[in-house]
Design a protein around this ligand. Structure first.
Ligand code: PGA
Length: 250
């Protein structure tokens, strides 16, 4: 049985006071321990949020990125080891905003994944096609390449720790969600590629989240798809009631 997960990616939103208040509101309204709730605040809030959620059943914390190097002269960057030292256990890697605005390539992301795993962080690896890819009917090819170059160099034991988030770029922050047909189709494709590379056991146990304008209205039908194990949520994770409504959508 794969774990059900809803992860809230706050992106570059919330002051520390606002963030801690949001966490308090989520904690107060949360009543379902069968769903793992992952909160991904900005780096600067990680220690405080991790501290607050430390002994809370069903909650984890994620960073939104990490650097590929172990440490050193990289002004302004944050290492996987530093993230782990805050009590954070997860890290989002390869979000489309990182790929688009910060030029992160599959090759670079493979290094980040390796560094995260070396520091016992669980990577939430994001992938997904652009609208141009989908219109040109090369979306499967794009995602296959992202999987191959970003993750498929991992040994099976390491790959089996990774969570995947399918986030079609055209659905992120646009209000346009993938249809259940599109989401299930791609999740199933991803699982079949994992099956080819790592075998049935690992493919059936890999958690694959959907992201892209996921909200309280559409989460239920998306989460009902056979190969959709939950969501990576941006905008709708910034309000406790919306986030919790998504959590309650399984
Ligand atoms: P969105 O963002 O829910 O605001 O579309 C999702 C994401 O970027 O992870």
């Amino acid at each position: 049985m794969r774990k059900k997960i809803v992860a809230g990616n706050w992106k570059m939103n919330k002051t520390i006071a606002e963030g801690l208040q949001l966490v308090d509101e989520i904690l107060a309204g949360s009543n379902d321990d069968s769903v793992l709730k992952i909160i991904a605040p900005p780096f600067i809030h990680l220690a405080a949020v991790a501290d607050k959620l430390k002994s809370k059943e069903g909650f984890e914390v994620a960073a939104q990125n990490c650097h590929q190097a172990a440490g050193g002269a990289f002004t302004g960057e944050v290492s996987a080891e530093m993230i782990a030292s805050t009590g954070t256990n997860y890290v989002i890697i390869g979000h489309s905003e990182r790929r688009t605005y910060f030029g992160e390539t599959n090759q670079l992301l493979a290094q980040k994944v390796a560094m995260a795993l070396a520091n016992n962080l669980i990577p939430i690896f994001c992938l997904g096609e652009s609208m141009e890819d989908r219109n040109a009917n090369v979306h499967l090819e794009t995602v296959k390449q992202q999987l191959k170059e970003g993750l498929f160099s991992l040994l099976p034991a390491d790959f089996s720790k990774v969570i995947i988030a399918y986030e079609p770029v055209w659905a992120i922050g646009t209000g346009v969600t993938a249809t259940t047909h599109q989401a299930q189709g791609m999740h199933n494709f991803i699982r079949s590629e994992i099956n080819k590379k790592y075998g049935k056991d690992i493919s059936e146990n890999t958690i694959i989240l959907y992201g892209g304008s996921c909200n309280a209205e559409n989460a239920k039908e998306l989460f009902a798809c056979l190969d959709v194990d939950g969501g990576l949520v941006g905008g709708a994770s910034l309000k406790a009631n919306e986030f919790l409504a998504i959590v309650n959508s399984f």
